[in-house]
Design a protein around this ligand. Structure first.
Ligand code: MIC
Ligand code: SF4
Length: 703
């Protein structure tokens, strides 16, 4: 990765390790962000570590997720966050001020800096030429206290953009195209770096859209160079002083990327790799049907791009809008940290001006920030949206996290959001397609999936090219400044009774006996593990939230997962979860580790585990193991994953010995009478954390 922008920023911030292998590196964190759904736990953990003052250049606590306020829980959290942020020296963006990533991009993101956030879409700020990473709240708490953040020295995927987007084709279509090439799988430990002449044509908010959905690729961060478009945005935000030009060296070397794919199931992906990547090599399929694919980089010609949609249930299930045209749509939602910028909403308003939303469509719009909402309010665009029949939602996450606007059974919902995991909308049998604001508004007008490029001819609607305003409305009045150290002493932290101290981890027993409580398939998301939507309000009370762990797998009139886990815990043995590929995809929520830990889960054995979730498991002293046979052994024999069943009793001897130094560990399935090996791929620091019984204990011990 020498000469890349990623390399430059990381080497400026390196505190530990080397940037050459895929070993562990420590980096200094300049800025942090937290949001209310993860922030309460993050600040409680900060308190548990006895950190009384933040030591970063900037830490911001945002309230944007839980705004529904049914019951006292949400407001209790808001008041706690407002008081603790002020006391410890963080800023606090109050409810109504907007979605953390949108507001951070507008007001704080700066080229060349590092940002760590307790939300998986923190990489949005990469659109400003910074390294922005999502993680669990405990890691953010450590960074707030001045500690380094540890991650894998990344492989850098080079994405060259050529040309310019055609009218009605959008930044969202760029990232959807990339998802159709790289998929949501197998990109752990990578960062995406955009370069090429096409970059200059994209304004900063478009870059933010691309970096935002890098989270769906599963990469650690995505980054754009910082150039004149960046300066233009910063000037308009009254922050020119934050500008610094940054780009990769001409001689920059991007990494060669390797992926293992299924020749049959992934045929479309392999075709896309051949079409959009350079120096592609594909091996013939093995007996297991798998092929090894490798390539030098990705090239996307913006001129050739067409409007795309990611169909349910995965952001990688990408099709051209042309293929889907004519499908009946019932709901269109515009908003989320991906696509709710001023330019996005102005485009939608311009297209709807003087029209009424199609009778079949329910249209909801959640502007990304108070800045956006106020500006469209003042220039009349909001009135155009309201007149067209749009239902305006407050600036926040809202429907993106299943808080309202759940669609009817099986009704097609087109959203400008970033995730369409089954059930995330709050409707079990939902059908959510992820699209650009242009494609969304086209459906809002016609009532069916429509290529927005047709709007010009069919509705005599010229493409409304939205220019970046020379000056955004600047009003940070809803961002509470931190207290001075003197003032801080007098501040009393408000702790509502629904806020419960999170449990801390314990060292894993020497010989671990456990029962497989659940065996799940591929792509289990953190939404499956710890459901969001209406249940988000229990985030500050782990025992209560834990009742809903794996709720989607519970069957009527049968003990729930939580009940079974607690019964096993009572017997003095551990709970084990067995999973397929990409376990723990999606959000950064550490509750997906913290709640299982509370229920007595001591190990997860999966084919692969996603980056943020793996780190969260380690932070809460849950052993993350991956099957050594990769879920695909040679010779066609049954995989270890296939042989294990729910209810099996497993035994692992000398866990501390393995944690100390081994890269593999033997697991015995006592019930079935066979042994298998698992990989224990951890850096030296993660091994110490596990041995200490979690990051909280480790941090206390190393003080
Ligand atoms: C999400 O989009 O799933 C969330 C809600 O923003 C999560 C954070 C959380 O679970 O609180 C994320 O993406 O990290
Ligand atoms: Fe909020 Fe949705 Fe963005 Fe998560 S993805 S931060 S829920 S807007």
């Amino acid at each position: 990765m020498s000469g890349t922008l990623v390399y430059k920023i990381l080497s400026d911030h390196l505190t530990d390790g080397e940037l050459t292998s895929s070993g562990e590196i420590g980096i200094r964190i300049d800025q942090t962000l937290t949001q209310d759904a993860t922030g309460t736990t993050a600040f409680l953990l900060l308190e548990a570590m006895e950190i009384t003052r933040v030591r970063t250049e900037l830490s911001v606590s945002y309230v944007d997720h839980n705004l529904a306020q049914f019951g006292a829980e949400n407001h209790n959290d808001h008041l706690y966050l407002q008081s603790i942020a002020r006391k410890v020296g963080a800023r606090h963006s109050r409810p109504g001020n907007g979605i953390c990533h949108q507001v951070h991009f507008e007001r704080f993101a700066r080229p060349g800096a590092t940002l760590l956030g307790s939300d998986s879409h923190t990489p949005t700020a990469g659109g400003m030429g910074m390294i922005a990473i999502g993680s669990g709240g405990l890691d953010v708490a450590v960074a707030m206290g001045g500690g380094a953040f540890y991650t894998t020295s990344p492989r850098v995927i080079g994405v060259r953009l050529k040309g310019e987007l055609a009218p009605w084709v959008a930044a969202k279509d760029i990232i959807l195209r990339l998802l159709s090439v790289l998929t949501t799988r197998g990109n752990v430990g990578c960062m995406v770096e955009y370069f090429g002449d096409g970059v200059a044509s994209l304004p900063a908010p478009d870059r933010a859209t691309c970096c935002n959905m890098g989270a769906e690729l599963g990469v650690t961060a995505s980054i754009f160079p910082s150039d004149e478009r960046t300066r233009e945005f910063l000037i308009a935000q009254g922050r020119e002083k934050d500008f610094a030009p940054l780009s990769a060296e001409k001689s920059a070397r991007y990494d060669r990327i390797a992926k293992r794919l299924n020749a049959q199931d992934d045929a479309g992906v392999i075709e896309n790799i051949r079409r959009y990547c350079t120096d592609v090599e594909v091996t013939p399929p093995g007996a297991d049907g798998l092929v090894d694919v490798s390539f030098g980089g990705v090239v996307i010609d913006l001129c050739d791009l067409e409007p795309l949609a990611a169909c349910s249930p995965s952001p990688e299930n990408v099709h051209s809008i042309a293929e889907l045209t004519g499908r009946d749509v019932r709901q269109v939602l515009i908003g989320s940290c991906t696509n709710s910028s001023y330019q996005d909403l102005m485009l939608v308003a311009a297209a709807l001006k003087g029209r009424t939303v199609h009778p079949n469509i329910e249209l909801g719009i959640a502007p990304g920030s108070r800045q956006v909402l106020t500006m469209i309010g003042e220039n009349g665009a909001l009135a155009d949206l309201i007149r067209a029949g749009a239902r305006i939602v407050e600036s926040g996450c809202g429907p993106c996290i299943g808080q309202g606007f759940s669609p009817a059974d099986c009704a097609l919902s087109l959203r400008t959001f970033n995730r369409n995991f089954a059930g995330r909308s709050g409707t079990k049998n939902d059908r959510v397609y992820l699209v650009s604001p242009a494609s969304a508004v086209a459906a809002a007008i016609t009532g069916e999936v429509t290529d927005p490029r047709e709007l010009t001819e069919r509705f005599d609607l010229p493409f409304p090219r939205i220019e970046m305003p020379g000056k955004f409305l600047i009003d940070d009045g809803m961002i509470q400044p931190p207290a001075t150290e003197d003032e801080a002493v007098k501040i009393e932290v408000i702790r509502g009774e629904t806020i419960v101290k999170p449990p801390s981890g314990r060292p894993i027993p020497h010989d671990l006996t456990g029962e497989v409580l659940l065996k799940v398939g591929d792509r289990i998301t953190t939404d499956h593990i710890t459901p969001a939507g209406a249940l988000l309000k229990y985030r500050s009370n782990v025992p209560r939230y834990a009742e809903y762990v794996f709720n989607c797998f519970n069957e009527e009139n049968k003990p729930t997962f939580a009940e079974r886990a607690l019964a096993v815990k009572k017997r003095g043995i551990a709970g084990v979860i067995v999973a397929g590929e990409s376990y723990g995809q999606g959000s950064s929520r550490e509750h997906a580790a913290l709640c299982p830990m509370y229920l007595g889960i001591r190990t997860v054995i999966a084919k692969t585990i996603e980056r943020i979730h793996q780190a969260n498991l380690v932070n809460f002293a849950i052993l993350p193991l991956t099957f050594s046979d990769g879920g695909a052994p040679a010779g066609g024999r049954r995989t270890d994953y296939d042989r294990i069943e729910q209810g099996d009793e497993l035994k692992i001897d000398d866990v501390p010995g393995a944690i100390a130094s081994a890269d593999s560990i033997t697991v015995r399935d006592i019930t079935k009478g066979f042994e298998f090996t698992c990989k224990l791929l951890l850096g030296p620091r993660q091994r110490k954390i596990l041995a200490a019984g979690g990051l909280l204990n480790y941090t206390r011990e190393s003080k």
